[in-house]
Design a protein around this ligand. Structure first.
Ligand code: SAM
Length: 260
């Protein structure tokens, strides 16, 4: 399975993710000298806002996708020079030990199936008194959107391409996340779930958004070309008929903790 993203398109359509991430950043208290990791930096829009608040610090932007990292580097290097560096790594593997004062992450952890290993890796990357401050999809995130996809996946001629496929996201709930963070060794753990219902303005915006952000792993299972177009046509028609139309039932899991 390819782990690549269409970085240019994500940069263009990701206003909802940027808005949620900015809210997370506004709650984050910083001294300005922290050594920081952004785990799943994407095209670097939030990474840039974060490193701008670290005038005496430094940031390592980590992502599994080469397209995303190259775009982030092109966007951020000119402004931040050697205060920022870029590392390709696939979480839960995080190739740092006792280096970071802060691990920040938005809209990424639900792509990592094993949260026990994820939190253990982050804990190991933190220095004592280092913090994890993150948000990802959680709880009933996108259950309506995924039911809609399941309906299309079960129909002909698409069913054979999805047979046995479970999807790849982990949308964890607060209680189990608190438990996992404690078991990884974190203290001062705080986790909550918030709704983030998102309505796209029209059919074109909805189609562009879901193509790049929500259903790109579904689409990658189909051969390029006509079948992908037909699959999306069906999704868009179903989303248009829902009330409210073109609306994505996002839920965000906020999580933080400290390495003692
Ligand atoms: C929805 S984007 C979020 C990007 C950015 N943090 C934001 O909030 O806009 C998810 C990012 O997580 C990255 N990602 C997904 N799974 C990953 C993994 N296992 N390890 C590292 N990065 C991963 C993707 O490549 C993508 O750049």
């Amino acid at each position: 399975m390819s782990h690549e993203w269409n970085a240019a398109e994500y940069h263009r359509v990701s206003a909802p993710q940027v808005g949620w991430g900015q809210k997370v950043l506004s709650r984050l208290e910083l001294a300005g000298h922290e050594q920081t990791i952004d785990a799943g930096c994407g095209t670097g829009r939030l990474t840039g806002e974060l490193v701008a608040r670290l005038p005496k610090g430094s940031l390592i932007a980590v992502d599994r996708s080469w397209n995303m990292l190259l775009t982030a580097r092109a966007n951020l290097r000119p402004s931040f020079g050697s205060r920022i560096s870029f590392v390709q790594a696939a979480l839960p593997y995080l190739p740092f030990e006792r280096w970071a004062d802060l691990v920040f992450s938005t809209a990424t952890f639900h792509w990592v199936p094993d949260h026990t290993a994820l939190f253990a890796g982050i804990f190991a990357a933190l220095r004592p008194r280092g913090r994890l401050f993150a948000q990802c999809g959680g709880g009933p995130n996108l259950s309506r959107a995924h039911r809609l996809a399941e309906e299309v996946m079960a129909s002909e001629p698409f069913e054979p391409f999805f047979r046995g496929w479970q999807g790849i996201w982990t949308f964890a709930y607060p209680d189990e996340t608190v438990d996992r963070l404690h078991r990884a060794g974190f203290v001062e753990v705080d986790v909550d779930l918030e709704p983030a219902m998102t309505t796209l303005s029209d059919e074109t915006s909805y189609r562009e958004f879901v193509t790049t952000v929500i259903y790109h792993t579904h689409l990658a299972r189909l051969p390029e070309g006509e079948l992908r177009t037909r699959w999306l046509d069906k999704i868009v028609a179903l989303a248009a008929a829902q009330d409210p139309a073109f609306t994505l039932d996002y839920w965000r899991l906020n999580l933080s903790g400290t390495r003692p």
